[in-house]
Design a binder for this molecule. Structure first.
Ligand code: PXL
Length: 280
């Protein structure tokens, strides 16, 4: 059984970061170790948020893991709350990443704006962390921050391809842009793999509403599919379909809220998708 380690916060309410990654990766049949960075009462889109920082625990956890000779086939970082956490994420990669697939989701911004509490300095640190990653999966806002270019809601296909090549050079060779709409009725992801010198695209139907936490669900599913042996395009498509199904199920609930999607009831579909492909 493959063992992944994911480093992110625990947002007690809101279905993002660890509370999205853990159930998804477990449902995909992957052992998932966690390196929790903080406990928040909810994600930071809510007005009242409590925060308990676990940063100072990280060095002793890493030390104990080394003593126990634990190994991981993949390392996945999501929302990190400070430059110090980014630096410890780098230590995790240096100490345990030699033979691991390393996915950095540079969670820090969306819709043209940094998340609450983040600065341009933080974005620069995140860029340094990306250098250690096999794969990065920014959204368009994060990609603009990583590349120091002004944010636009949409870019031409030619521009997206140029951005992807530059993003692939920021990491160890594979960049995925998420949340991309090439037509008004579709949304998905576009990737560039330097080793193949090829672009890949995965699209699904665009639901009429956007929800919080879908980026974390996307990244978790994408990594889970890669760790289960799927190729890049297939892994992207699996993640797009799962997120789209989760949003569709959410919209069927008359009293749904905006802070997390109904991915739980889409998990059986995800398991079926994974089994179908594995049977081929
Ligand atoms: O989904 C990204 C995320 C994770 N964790 C926390 C957040 C956010 C986005 O705002 O606030 C605490």
């Amino acid at each position: 059984m493959k063992r992944i380690v994911t480093m992110q916060d625990i947002s007690c309410v809101g279905k993002c970061s660890l509370t999205a990654a853990l159930p998804v990766l477990s449902a995909m049949g992957l052992e998932t170790a966690v390196l929790p960075t903080a406990v928040l009462s909810s994600h930071t889109m809510f007005e009242h948020v409590s925060f308990f920082d676990l940063t100072d625990q990280i060095p002793s956890i890493l030390h104990a893991w080394k003593e126990e000779h634990f190994a991981f086939s993949a390392i996945y970082t999501g929302y990190l709350g400070s430059a110090k956490q980014i630096s410890y994420a780098g230590d995790l990669m240096d100490q345990f990443g030699e033979d691991a697939l390393i996915l950095v989701d540079p969670c820090m911004a969306d819709h043209g704006r940094l998340y609450r509490g983040f600065t341009m300095d933080f974005a620069e640190q995140m860029k340094q962390l990306c250098r250690k990653a096999s794969i990065i999966c920014p959204n368009l806002t994060e990609a603009c921050l990583l590349l120091n270019i002004p944010y636009q809601e949409s870019f031409s296909e030619e521009d997206l391809h140029a951005m992807l090549r530059k993003l692939a050079d920021l990491c160890r060779g594979t960049a995925v842009l998420t949340g991309i709409s090439t037509k008004p009725e579709t949304i998905g992801a576009i990737a560039y793999s330097r080793s193949e010198d090829a672009f890949h695209i995965a699209m699904t139907e665009k639901e009429p509403q956007q929800f919080h936490g879908t980026g974390d669900l996307w990244a978790s599913t994408f990594l889970g599919a890669l760790c289960s042996g799927r190729r890049l395009q297939e892994a992207m498509q699996t993640a797009c379909v799962f997120v789209q199904k989760s949003i569709a199920l959410t919209l069927q609930e008359p009293d749904h809220n905006l802070y997390g999607v109904n991915f739980e009831q889409a998990l059986p579909d995800l398991i079926e998708m994974m089994q179908k492909k594995a049977d081929n």
